[in-house]
Every structure is written in structure tokens, then in C-alpha cells.
Design a protein around this ligand. Structure first.
Ligand code: AMP
Ligand code: MN
Ligand code: MN
Ligand code: MN
Length: 289
């Protein structure tokens, strides 16, 4: 039987101009409300700066809202994303940790620009900056939008394939936070650490399970099961995985903008039955369930 918690239209993963989304935080909230989202978390990459504005707009619209963040982590040579949900944005260790994680982005972006220029991308630094909303958060997505705008590729997916993924001319190796420290920052801020889009990582089954075991042992409690980058088959695979590891399950579109990605805010199917939704005991979820 599907519980009220399962039926709640929760969207706990999305981005604004404070990281690599195209809508401002308050616009993300308005779109979520218009789409029927009942519980929203804004989860900008390595940043909390959009939370106050988003929370205010959600309050005005009567939309239940939890503060969130998506932390960039390096594990076994792969970049992993860990969501921190329901975090206290005033937590000094979390804020300091995120500031350190953001710190290397400027130099990385300058090197990306040099490499992209060398393979014929026109004015990559200024071009990417035109898409950046937060100078502390220059991401590969901003370069990708510039490369699409310049006519070299037809969509962002093609840019990542040709220029921005590992081994391609604009890819610059980078060391992000450690898995255990990212989880510590989140848990220390009273939040729930959730493994984002586990199907996206280039880890074989053994490595993926080792990473998830390490995540759980560090204090990780949740995993995205229904999310914008999973197929329906992967919902089932990660539902099994959630049960095996004892993780709570999360649901999030990973919305970046109206013309990007395959799913809009609030547009995903419900969580499979028999999983424990990550929001089950949250007071914010009780408001609308
Ligand atoms: P960065 O944090 O600068 O490494 O950028 C990572 C972001 O790039 C992710 O959060 C996604 O928004 C985007 N991204 C990564 N891979 C792809 C892809 N294959 N297609 C589209 N967007 C991608
Ligand atoms: Mn992103
Ligand atoms: Mn991500
Ligand atoms: Mn994301």
C-alpha cells in the first residue's frame, strides 16, 4: 500500500543561479509550486547562498521547504555528489567546508578556458562568465552553455561528450572534498546525507558497493532512488540497494533549467513502495501530507 508520505510530491534536488541552474532561487521555488511540488529542497553545488531567498519565497507561497546543498566529493578517482538535506545553514563547519570546496573552482575554470581556447572554442573564459550567476561557482555547465551558444555543439550533453568529460580537451582534474568530511559537515549541521544519482558514477558494482558502505559508515543515511538521471530500471536497482544498505530513499529532479534535462520540477514518479522516504519524519513533510 502506498503511504501518504510516498504520495507527497517531494522534489529534493535542484539548482539555481547560485550554482549552475538558470533560474534565480525564488524563480525555482515559484516554478516548483506551479508544478505541484509539495516539499522542496534547493541543493546548489557547494553553496548555501540561495537558501534564504528560496525559503522566504516558499513561505510566501505556502510551499514546504528544506535547506539543502549538493557537495562535490572525490572518491577513488571519481567525482561523487552528496546531498545534504535539512541542514542548518548557520553551521560554521559546513559553511567553512563548502567555502574550501568552492575555493579551487576559479583556478580550475581558468585552466579549462586555456585548454578550450587551444582547441578552438571562442573566448571561453568570458563566454562562460556570461552564464555565471555566482563568481565563486564557475562550473563545467557554464562552459557547456557557452559552447552551445557558440554553435559548436547542439546541446549540453554533446558538449560533455566532446569537451568536458574525463580525457577530453577541456577536462581539468580536480580534488574535491573527502567523502567522510562531506558527510561530517552535513551531519554536524543537523542534516541528512543522501547519495546523489548513484547510477551516474563510473564505478563497477564492487567499487560502488564499497563507496556506499564507506558512505553509510561515515554517517550517510539516504540514497536517491527516483531522480532525473535514473532510468525506470535503475529505480528498481537502487530501491534494492536502499533496502540492502538500510538507506532511506530520496526523490529529486536535479532540475537545472526549463530547457535542460529530461524532467521538470515535481515531474518524477513516486518512490517505489516499501522504501522509507527520507522525508518521512520531517516536520516540513507533515505540513502537507
Ligand atoms: P562541475 O561541478 O563543474 O564539475 O560540473 C558538474 C555539473 O555538470 C553537474 O552538476 C551537471 O549539472 C553537469 N553535467 C555533468 N555531466 C553532464 C552531462 N553528461 N550532461 C549534462 N550535464 C552534465
Ligand atoms: Mn549541476
Ligand atoms: Mn550531481
Ligand atoms: Mn545536482
Amino acid at each position: 500500500m502506498t503511504s501518504a508520505a510516498h504520495r507527497l510530491n517531494a522534489d529534493l534536488h535542484c539548482h539555481s543561479t547560485v550554482s549552475d541552474g538558470v533560474l534565480r532561487p525564488e524563480e525555482v521555488v515559484r516554478r516548483a509550486a506551479a508544478n505541484g511540488v509539495q516539499l522542496l529542497a534547493l541543493t546548489d553545488h557547494d553553496e548555501l547562498d540561495g537558501i534564504a531567498v528560496a525559503a522566504r519565497e516558499a513561505d510566501r507561497l505556502g510551499l514546504a521547504f528544506v535547506p539543502g546543498v549538493e557537495v562535490s566529493v572525490s572518491w577513488g578517482g571519481e567525482t561523487i555528489h552528496v546531498l545534504g538535506l535539512s541542514v542548518d545553514c548557520a553551521s560554521a563547519p559546513l559553511r567553512d567546508g563548502l567555502a574550501r570546496t568552492r575555493g579551487g573552482r576559479d583556478e580550475r575554470a581558468r585552466e579549462m578556458a586555456r585548454q578550450l581556447e587551444a582547441v578552438g572554442v571562442p573566448d571561453p573564459w568570458n563566454g562562460a562568465l556570461r552564464h555565471v550567476g555566482n563568481p565563486e561557482l564557475i562550473s563545467r555547465t557554464h562552459f557547456a552553455r557557452h559552447i552551445v551558444a557558440s554553435g559548436l555543439c547542439t546541446d549540453i550533453g554533446e558538449v560533455f561528450e566532446r569537451y568536458l568529460s574525463e580525457g577530453k580537451p577541456g577536462f581539468v582534474e580536480h580534488r574535491w572534498a573527502r567523502l567522510d568530511e562531506a558527510v561530517d559537515w552535513i551531519v554536524g549541521a543537523g542534516g541528512v546525507a543522501v547519495m546523489a544519482h548513484p547510477a551516474r558514477y563510473r564505478l563497477d558494482e564492487t567499487a560502488l558497493w564499497a563507496m556506499l558502505a564507506e558512505f553509510r559508515d561515515a554517517g550517510g543515511e539516504g540514497i536517491e532512488v527516483v531522480c532525473g538521471s535514473h532510468t525506470a530500471d535503475q529505480y528498481g536497482r537502487f530501491a534494492d540497494c536502499a533496502r540492502r544498505f538500510g538507506f532511506r530513499a530520496s526523490r529529486g529532479s536535479d532540475f537545472h533549467g526549463p530547457d535542460e534535462g529530461s524532467v521538470d520540477l515535481g515531474g518524477l514518479p513516486p518512490l517505489p513502495d516499501a522504501l522509507v522516504p527520507v522525508w518521512r519524519d520531517w516536520p516540513q513533510a507533515a505540513v502537507t501530507s
